[in-house]
Design a binder for this molecule. Structure first.
Ligand SMILES: [Zn+2]
Length: 196
């Protein structure tokens, strides 16, 4: 699916269900990638109104503010967000935000090491979506390439979140899953939601 089509899809979804943080998050991400920074800011702020601690949305908003040339605001926002992500144990968005500050000549905030050092045990499965050491799915949810990707990257808890969200997606777009078109919409939403 083209970026413009995806933007349309998630714009419709956000309008149909203004409480849907996935729709606002995905829309913000797509607008940022397309260089529509004003639109990206609106969508990401709406996502954060619904779920203030969304570390990746915070990372994207920080990036967007920098692209809009609002550096002091971006730096303050990123410093807060880095601490929040650190406290939540979400190390990948935390480190991405630290790098972002460094790239702009700012020394990122000092972080107190937590008791256990906050390090993930070696060999543990780390979910690529929530960035936490969690339980992996017992087997791929589908027998195709996408199923393998999900199995390799996504934890049981994130998958459960998607299961709940997929019901919304199917209802909202009135998807008839027997058709290839419906499957494409389903897969696009799944990939955006899980960050695949
Ligand atoms: Zn997860």
């Amino acid at each position: 699916m083209e970026n413009d089509d995806k933007i349309k899809l998630f714009t419709n979804m956000a309008e149909a269900d203004p409480e849907n943080e996935l729709a606002h998050f995905s829309l913000g991400k797509l607008h940022k990638e397309a260089g529509n920074y004003e639109e990206a800011e609106v969508a990401l702020r709406r996502c954060l109104e619904l779920t203030n601690e969304h570390s990746v949305a915070r990372q994207f908003l920080g990036e967007t503010l920098l692209c809009l040339g609002r550096k002091p605001e971006a730096v303050e926002f990123l410093e807060t967000s880095i601490r929040m992500a650190h406290d939540r144990g979400e190390f990948m968005p935390r480190d991405a935000m630290r790098e972002l500050l460094k790239d702009h000549g700012i020394e990122p905030p000092d972080l107190a090491e937590s008791e256990d050092g906050g390090e993930v045990e070696e060999g543990a499965f780390v979910c690529k979506r929530c960035m936490k050491a969690k339980t992996q799915l017992a087997e791929p949810p589908f027998s195709d390439e996408l199923g393998t990707k999900v199995h390799e990257a996504i934890c049981v808890d994130c998958w459960k979140e998607w299961m709940a969200m997929s019901i919304k997606v199917i209802n909202e777009f009135q998807l008839n899953m027997a058709t290839p078109e419906a499957n494409e919409v389903y897969e696009t939403n799944l990939k955006e939601f899980l960050g695949l």
